[in-house]
Design a binder for this molecule. Structure first.
Ligand code: HEM
Length: 390
């Protein structure tokens, strides 16, 4: 364990809203050991920005980690040459150029179908299942190549894996649900692969399989894509809509084009980060600042806290679509920078937000007669419901 100062947290309070605790940590103990999480947390933006690049010490290679055990070894849990080799194959399939040339038009198409279904509803709906989950899932089906599955399956598998890799208490039911999801994804890959072999396309499954990458790694990277590419866009879509509906002045600026919808997306993800944390394993004894880390101990890079760092963002607790968000760490800050960042910006900033407000217009508002909107989570965070009327 590091010799960082110890800070206790109340797990329930931290899940409900981690931001006040993170603000206290930045002010009093920016690198601190939290017994309830069994890890040393880095909470300042510059510390994370520096350490994430020092892969010789802050390693993503976690052989005993839950992700490796449950989902197989993927590119996000490898370092150096091994990581570079897999990313070299994976990234071109979702690069900014490929998103513009291939995926943007498909995102727009699936948005039309999802909006048609939404508009057919009787003037009220919960946007988490009926818009955000559906749109994120349909987009992910196209990008992964698993076009035969339902978006609801993808969403359930993603949630089961996310719960499984955060299951530090070792709950057997959570573990079994995760393993069942992993097996279902393997079956879906087996079902889809023959057609993709016969007619290769731009999808991640086809591109990785055609590259000669071992199938074990192809499968693990498809599972990674489902676990990391469904909930986050879903939470960003639903969360940004809620943020605009509770800040009418900001919505007006987006509707008039004074600010871009992409700026809304960037500011929302800075304000409430869909991925709040990423783990690392210390590979060698190391002193950073006044803290000495021990080999094999667990470190959490708190991206959510970096995005509220007062040195970079004034009044970080405020949602402000006019602010400069360029210093954000929403997608990470090192060799593992999110491979899906361009796809997410296109899906949420260019399609999901403008298309919804264009279609449902000025009449869209929160349904005050329904349950209040509730947010949850610190490692992954988003709204659990966004009930609206139009
Ligand atoms: C709002 C949406 C998203 C957010 C906020 C997000 C955030 C992140 C973050 C913070 C990381 C870095 C983790 C680390 O440093 O350990 C990451 C990695 C990754 N993300 Fe995303 N992500 C999003 C959407 C997506 C989508 C849609 C895809 C797939 C199409 C995707 C695929 C990946 C992959 C493959 C990695 C690992 C990259 C590597 O290890 O080289 N993400 N994401």
């Amino acid at each position: 364990m590091s010799d960082a100062p110890v800070v206790e947290v109340d797990p329930a309070e931290f899940w409900a809203d981690p931001y006040p605790t993170l603000a206290r940590m930045r002010a009093e103990a920016p690198i601190c050991f939290v017994p309830q999480l069994g890890a040393t947390l880095l909470t300042r933006r510059d510390d994370i920005h520096t350490c994430e690049k020092n892969v010789a010490v802050f390693s993503s290679d976690q052989p005993g980690g839950l992700m490796n055990q449950l989902m197989g070894r993927n590119m996000m849990r490898s370092d150096g040459e091994e990581h570079r080799r897999e990313r070299f194959v994976y990234y071109p399939a979702v690069s900014p150029r490929r998103v513009e040339a291939v995926w943007a038009a498909q995102f727009d198409q699936v948005a039309t179908a999802v909006l048609d279904d939404l508009e057919a509803m009787p003037g009220s709906a919960d946007l988490v299942p009926s818009y955000a989950t559906a749109l994120s899932g349909e987009a992910l089906k196209a990008m992964t190549g698993l076009t035969q599955v339902s978006f609801a399956d993808l969403d359930a598998w993603s949630q089961a894996m996310i719960d499984g890799i955060a299951n530090y208490s070792g709950d057997r039911v959570v573990e079994q649900r995760c393993l069942a999801a992993v097996a279902a994804i393997d079956a879906a890959i087996d079902e889809r692969l023959p057609a993709l072999r016969a007619e290769p396309d731009h999808s991640l499954l086809s591109v990785m399989a055609e590259s000669g990458m071992p199938m074990e790694n192809v499968r693990a990277n498809i599972k990674l894509t489902i676990s990391g590419g469904q909930n986050e866009p879903r939470d960003a879509i639903a969360g940004a809509i809620w943020a605009l509906l509770t800040h009418p002045d900001q919505l007006a600026m987006a509707m008039t084009g004074e600010v871009s919808w992409l700026a809304v997306f960037e500011e929302y993800c800075r304000w409430i980060s869909p991925i709040g944390m990423s783990p690392r394993r210390i590979d060698a004894e190391h002193t950073f600042g006044e803290v000495t880390f021990e080999p094999d101990e667990r470190v959490f890079l708190m991206f959510s806290s970096a995005n509220h760092d007062e040195d970079y963002f004034s009044h970080p607790e405020r949602f402000d679509v006019t602010r400069d968000t360029s210093a954000n760490l929403t997608f990470g800050a090192g060799p593992h920078f999110c491979a899906g960042a361009a796809a997410s910006r296109s899906l949420v900033g260019d399609v999901a937000l403008p298309r919804l407000f264009e279609r449902l217009g000025e009449g869209l508002r929160l349904d005050r007669s329904a349950d209040p909107v509730c947010f949850g989570g610190w490692a992954f965070r988003g709204p659990l419901n966004v009930p609206v009327v139009w």
